[in-house]
Design a protein around this ligand. Structure first.
Ligand SMILES: *[C@@H]1O[C@H](CO)[C@@H](O)[C@H](O)[C@H]1NC(C)=O
Ligand SMILES: *[C@@H]1O[C@H](CO)[C@@H](O)[C@H](O)[C@H]1NC(C)=O
Length: 989
């Protein structure tokens, strides 16, 4: 075997001396290597090596691979990143700027010794090279000295709040495109229940409009989850929302897992191994693949496959590591299809499980115990607060999973029926880590902070509310060592707010991701959809009156009641027929003829009283002015500086017409859509006109909840919310009805306020994923014209109602979002008026693009009911949104009010009726110069009634709501009683 050895010719004398030694050495080495590495079983001089030894050439690589199997990504806390001086994500070419924020109130997310979260008043924060380099009141001089002055921007925060960038664990940003288009519909696959080989970033559209809107709301990172309708929809990825210079989806991934970009296959140590992320679902969302038993089997069989692969690998490695290479092949037993689940079993994956009911939580915990893998997050765990021990029953020895929830979006499905606003606070009391999330596009990313605000209102502490959208999600995703906190060495994902982040209406003024400023947009950022062209203000003037968190009402009683009733508290108040005296009243508003009027406002600290006899207010004023207020038989309530104001009206959702929207048996059912199907002859009405009043259901949980939150009246039509997922589009939805949310049945006095309120239609372009033939906009308008011209016989309800609408007897309420369609409708209205000689009352609902036509709407006297104050372009019809602060100074609401358009606000889903006063507050803060508080209150009372044609609410007999602790606008307050002259009682809620 040994052939000629090379001779060192250059130094003959030396070579002569060392040649024998060297050649011997080389020979021995060659022998040894040959013996070790080559499968030459026949060659051996040693007796002991007589048995066959197969040693593959790539033995070292295989052994490294085996040892890497046991490596787990580092978990927080980690020391390795604290010393970073340049971020791996920094793009020096982009701006190459350092930022110093001075005199800020900084919520760092770090814990103080007493467990509270650190807040640094008058603090400074330095960002360089994509990282937070210093936070504190006294930054080391050498840190600042190291920054070139010309590259440093100093921002004087004047006490403004600064928080870590927000992190959303449940988002379909980029894969569910905005606006939704068929060509970009990449949010799930229908190719089977278990698809762990799919990857959300393979469908991530980096130019999506949604990113910018989310960033403007302070969201800097999101876990993009794919396919909640599959039991395993695919691999999730945590991305930064900033568009990178490279423009790829890969470059947005916060910590790209090993091998993701197809290169970089080297085996890595634990310092460099990244967490992977996976989404799995159980429960009713996966129905297209069978029931719960089917789904659990699909998961168990998949994990069984993965376990077999893992066992093969472990056996292979056990032998290899023992030096027993009795396998002919030199390939590692990889399995490309199941490798993700193998990594789950090896504990290298942060698994998010979308499981709502106790049953589902139990199924998932048992699965994790059967296959011994850790669960990181339970998502939408509606019943977790009822079964906390179950959630924590995983035996993997890992910490309890975090619970990710939405605040008020419950009761839309069977599995969310017992969901509760109080769940975050209850679970936090059990030491669970609480994450608030959006499920974008279910709730849009712009409202992530609102979810935290609501959770706070319903009892989560201030610290936990902010952590629930910053450090808690970051930790649960295994990224708590670099995002979710403001600390030296962390990624510079920073948000500066105009007021305290938990104040309703508070908005980011500046947002950084990886130390690169994203908001405000500048001319040079160039890519904005909403170029505002204003230079960023480097000195910020925060609203000092809203710099601390709002007060928190106490919901302890309600929370306990919810637990006592296993999530389904009866939601019934107590009726008080005796004289009731409300004390410490700051403000009383009542209904005037046209608008909300002030009846009493306390002067300074001299709070007043409201005396109520049999549901009627007999006296309002300072204590001394009201006789009877000291009646010892009277029942007294202390409102603690609270207020009394008219009950609110909700409109826009099917409240009172369904119990659970995803359960057909709890709804009115399907209408005949006259432009799509032939209405049965027995109907004898080609338009299939229906009346919502015929379908009314009283005492739905949505209605009872609305009532408890001060919403005493609802106007509802049979129009289904224009959801992105459902193919339930129609043009004619019949007439709406107005009813009391307190009534138990239709025959109760005052239950039905108005039998037929308005006529409702929807004009829309086809849905993005339409399968069946859709009715064109032109056909819809042609139909509408014909009906309004009166060419349908008035012997049918369709002919009759459209005639009434044409004559202005009832309003024609049109759900429409697109400005071009609105323009066509305005033209049509003029034509109809000219032809019929009436004054049509037309109202647009939704009306996302209405701001483009503000002047024209005002001139045409067309009113608008906005259903979103933080719009996104969900459909093409809505793409020209006016986002509002901080992307644009003005809001749609502001522009419409300024132009003199009559405006109201509404909702799309009945579970959101309880948020009406939060909406009013948001509207007020967004439109301060144009709107007084009482005018804002009109948006969900008098204005809305006038727009819809609600006539039955008599100022004398209408309900009033008593709020404890503040005005209706205030997160500090809570509705405690409804004063009902009509029913002659005070309902104590
Ligand atoms: C810091 O901000 C506060 C407002 O919170 C302000 O009163 C104070 O003057 C500021 N200090 C400096 C040095 O700018
Ligand atoms: C793949 O990613 C690694 C870092 O994770 C990087 O070093 C490498 O250059 C990337 N390759 C390509 C082709 O982008």
């Amino acid at each position: 075997m040994s052939e000629k050895l090379p001779v060192l010719r250059t130094t003959p004398s030396l070579s002569r001396r060392i040649f024998p030694v060297l050649s011997l050495l080389v020979f021995c080495l060659a022998l040894w290597t040959y013996g070790r590495l080559l499968p030459v079983g026949s060659w051996s001089t040693d007796e002991q090596q007589q048995r066959l030894v197969h040693i593959p050439r790539n033995a070292q690589e295989l052994l490294r691979k085996c040892s890497a199997l046991r490596t787990r990504p580092r978990t927080y806390p980690s020391s390795s990143l604290g010393k970073r001086t340049v971020s791996d994500r920094y793009e020096p070419g982009s701006q190459n700027m350092s930022y110093l924020i001075t005199n800020a109130t900084i919520f760092t997310g770090m814990k103080n010794q007493d467990g509270s979260v650190q807040v640094i008043a008058g603090g400074d924060l330095l960002m360089t090279n994509g990282l937070v380099r210093g936070v504190g009141t006294d930054l080391p001089r050498d840190l600042l000295a190291a920054v070139e002055p010309s590259k440093l921007t100093v921002i004087k925060a004047n006490g403004s709040w600064v928080t870590p960038g927000l992190v959303d664990v449940n988002s379909q940003l980029g894969i569910f495109s905005s606006p939704a288009l068929r060509g970009a519909n990449d949010f799930d696959s229908e190719k089977g229940p278990v698809l762990p080989w799919l990857r959300s970033i393979d469908g991530l559209h980096t130019r999506d409009n949604g990113f910018e809107l989310a960033m403007a709301a302070g969201v800097t990172s999101a876990q993009v989850l794919v396919g909640a309708s599959n039991s395993i929809g695919g691999q999730a990825f945590v991305i930064k929302l900033r568009r990178t210079a490279e423009g790829s989806a890969f470059s947005m991934v916060v910590d790209p897992p090993h091998g993701l970009n197809g290169t970089d296959k080297e085996i890595v140590d634990e310092d460099h191994l990244k967490w992977r992320h996976l989404m799995q679902s159980c429960g009713e969302k996966t129905r297209r693949y069978g029931n719960r038993m089917d789904i659990m089997w699909s998961l168990r069989s998949a994990y069984h496959e993965a376990r077999m692969v893992m066992k093969t690998q472990d056996d292979f490695c056990a032998k290899a590591e023992a030096g027993v290479w009795d396998i002919d092949e030199s390939t590692f037993p990889d399995n490309y299809q199941w490798e993700m689940l193998v990594d789950v079993l090896r504990g290298k994956v942060k698994v998010t499980s979308d499981c709502s009911e106790a049953l589902d939580i139990d199924n998932m915990v048992r699965l994790s115990n059967e296959f011994d893998f850790p669960l990181a997050i339970f998502l939408h765990a509606s019943e977790a607060y009822l079964v906390p021990a179950l959630v924590n029953a995983s035996e993997s020895g890992n910490e309890a999973p975090a619970i990710a929830l939405l605040s008020t979006n419950h009761r839309h499905s069977r599995e969310s029926y017992r969901g509760s606003e109080f769940a975050p606070a209850i679970l936090a009391g059990r030491n669970f880590s609480i994450i608030m999330t959006t499920d974008y596009p279910v709730v849009n990313s712009r409202q992530l902070i609102d979810e935290a605000r609501k959770a706070y209102h319903f009892g989560l502490t201030e610290d936990l509310a902010i952590s629930s959208v910053t450090s808690a999600p970051a930790n649960a995703l295994g990224l708590g060592h670099r995002i979710g906190k403001l600390q030296e060495g962390y990624d510079a994902d920073v948000v500066m707010w105009d007021t305290h982040a938990l104040q309703l209406g508070s908005t980011p003024v500046q947002v950084w991701i990886d130390g690169i400023r994203q908001i405000p947009l500048t001319k040079t950022s160039g890519r904005s959809t909403y170029s505002i062209g204003t230079a960023p203000k480097e000195i910020v003037e925060p609203d000092q009156s809203r710099m601390s968190a709002p007060g928190q009402p106490s919901y302890e009683k309600e929370a306990q009641e919810t637990l006592d009733w296993d999530g389904l508290a009866p939601l019934r108040g107590t009726r008080e027929e005796r004289r009731v005296v409300f004390r410490n009243v700051k403000e009383v508003w009542i209904r005037g003829k046209e608008k909300i009027e002030e009846s009493f406002t306390a002067e300074g600290d001299d709070l007043g009283v409201v005396v109520v006899e049999q549901g009627k207010i007999t006296c309002v004023g300072p204590l001394d002015d009201c006789v009877g207020s000291d009646d010892e038989h009277a029942v007294e309530y202390d409102l603690h500086g609270g207020s009394v104001s008219p009950g609110l009206l909700t409109f826009g959702s099917p409240l009172g017409l369904e119990e659970i929207s995803s359960e057909p048996s709890t709804t009115d059912g399907q209408l005949f859509h006259a432009l799509v199907v032939d209405v049965p002859p027995i109907f004898h009405d080609v338009g299939g006109m229906v009346r919502a009043v015929d379908a009314l259901m009283f005492e739905t949980r949505h209605a009872k909840m609305a009532y408890r939150f001060g919403v005493t009246t609802a106007t509802s039509s049979l129009a289904k919310p224009h959801r992105l997922y459902e193919s339930d589009d129609s043009m004619i939805w019949g007439t709406s009805t107005t009813f009391s949310t307190a009534a138990m049945h239709a025959l109760e006095p005052g239950a039905i306020v108005q039998t037929e309120t308005a006529l409702h239609i929807r004009i829309t372009r086809p849905r993005f994923d339409v399968h069946s033939p859709a009715t064109s906009v032109s056909s819809q308008l042609a139909t509408l014209r014909r009906l309004l011209y009166g060419w349908e016989s008035r012997d049918t309800d369709t002919g009759l109602m459209f005639r009434k609408a044409a004559e202005g007897v009832i309003p024609l309420v049109v759900e429409v979002h697109n400005a071009d369609i609105m323009a066509s409708l305005i033209i049509l209205k003029a034509e109809v008026n000219a032809k019929i000689g009436g004054q049509m009352r037309m109202v647009f609902v939704g009306a996302t693009e209405a701001w483009l036509l503000a002047k024209e709407l005002s001139e045409a006297r067309v009113g608008v009911i906005l259903t979103s104050l933080k719009p996104i372009a969900a459909t093409w019809d809505q793409r020209r949104i006016l986002p509002g602060p901080p992307l644009t100074n003005q809001t749609t609401l502001g522009i419409l009010l300024e132009s003199g358009v009559a405006v109201g606000i509404g909702i799309e889903h009945p579970q959101l009726a309880i948020e009406t006063r939060f909406q009013l507050s948001q509207a007020f803060h967004d439109s301060v110069p144009f709107l007084t508080p009482r005018e804002a209150y009109g948006l969900a009372t008098t204005n809305l009634e006038r727009l819809l044609g609600v006539k039955g609410i008599d100022p004398e007999s209408a309900d009033l709501v008593a709020f404890d602790g503040g005005s209706a606008f205030n997160l500090t307050s809570k509705a405690v009683a409804v004063i009902s002259p009509q029913r002659g009682v005070v309902d104590v809620l």
